[in-house]
Design a protein around this ligand. Structure first.
Ligand code: CP
Length: 322
């Protein structure tokens, strides 16, 4: 596998899930695979889970790891081509990327959406420049529009905790004070559509996700109706994707606190497990009671980030030897 940003990049999903199980049973099984190989993790944005879990995954595989925080200690990077660089940016990404490729074997990239220009964000301009110019296998550690390592970990977690063969999984929008990207809900929707689950998305009007990711999911605007009978509740905020009204792209259209997941919301479900990718704003997205309840699986969900990253990096290491 040379590139990883979408579920299709894994090929047979059932096989990938089996590999995840195998790695969870013995996470050091492939420790020889990464000997004398280097992973470069490039962060344009902050991270706790992705940073730690991906580094741990590379260590499980015997790799060396370099972490570059672009906004701390590196030259300020220009990302737009054609710009007269007479401002505070000293280096262009188009030189920086091939240079980064000289020092490593595999690259992971975190680069969030700017939420100003939908076309620029949905073209995945920064991630695709790494793919085009680094000369290395590249994987997404959350890009402008997708967060596949998170969605893969979410699916592993659902498989581990499901109590019925085909669970009902509900992705629900919840309020947040700031504009957030659509990467997590986009990937979660994409992966749930590829899995054997009944999948429902609920959000206020105006928050419709891109149809590429919604696929065949049921969209229900009545949150209570959507949550009825749910086995898993996946809460997440996202800003306006600009599908129905492009000029609203990246805007906060609602802070309606009636969408916050609390014990009353959970009482409408089939004693559902609560999920969130973290970090989470308590009592905006979810009440203290719900996130602290025995049905909350946010910590095992975060733990599975190590497993999803180990599978992805292992496959990239294997591709180096072909
Ligand atoms: N869920 C997730 O990606 O967390 P971080 O932003 O802390 O990496």
């Amino acid at each position: 596998m040379r590139y990883f940003s979408r579920v299709k990049d894994l090929g047979n999903l059932r096989q990938a899930m089996q590999e995840a199980k195998e790695i969870k049973n013995d996470r050091f099984k492939y420790v020889e695979l990464g000997k004398n190989k280097t992973l470069l993790m490039v962060f344009f944005n902050s991270s706790l889970r992705t940073r730690l879990s991906t580094q741990k995954a590379a260590m499980n595989l015997g790799m060396n790891v370099i972490v570059l925080d672009v906004n701390q200690g590196a030259w300020k990077l220009e990302t737009e081509r054609g710009v007269v660089m007479d401002g505070d940016k000293s280096e262009h990404l188009l030189e920086a990327i091939p240079v980064m490729g000289c020092y490593c074997d595999i690259i992971g990239v975190r680069s969030f959406a700017g939420l100003k220009d939908r076309d620029y964000d949905y073209a995945e301009t920064v991630f695709n420049q790494f793919v085009q110019y680094s000369g290395r296998p590249v994987f997404a550690m959350e890009t402008a529009t997708v967060h596949p390592l998170q969605a893969f970990a979410d699916l592993i977690t659902i498989e581990e905790y499901k109590e019925v063969k085909r669970p009902k999984v509900v992705l629900t929008w919840a309020p947040h004070p700031k504009a957030l990207p659509q990467a997590v809900p986009n990937s979660f929707a994409e992966w749930m559509n590829a899995a054997d689950v009944e999948f429902v998305i609920t959000h206020p009007k105006g928050y419709e996700l891109d149809s590429t990711f919604v696929g065949d999911a049921i969209v229900e605007y009545d949150q209570r109706k959507a949550l009825e009978g749910a086995d898993f509740v996946y809460a997440k905020n996202w800003s306006c994707p600009g599908v129905t009204n492009p000029s609203d792209y990246g805007q906060v259209l609602s802070k309606d606190m009636s969408w916050t997941i609390d014990t009353e919301h959970m009482s409408w479900t089939n004693d559902a497990h609560f999920m969130h990718c973290l970090p989470v704003r308590r009592n905006m997205i979810v009440s203290d009671d719900v996130i602290e309840s025995p049905r909350s699986i946010v910590i095992p969900e975060a733990a599975n980030r190590e497993i999803s990253a180990t599978v992805v990096i292992k496959r990239m290491l294997e591709s180096l030897n072909i």
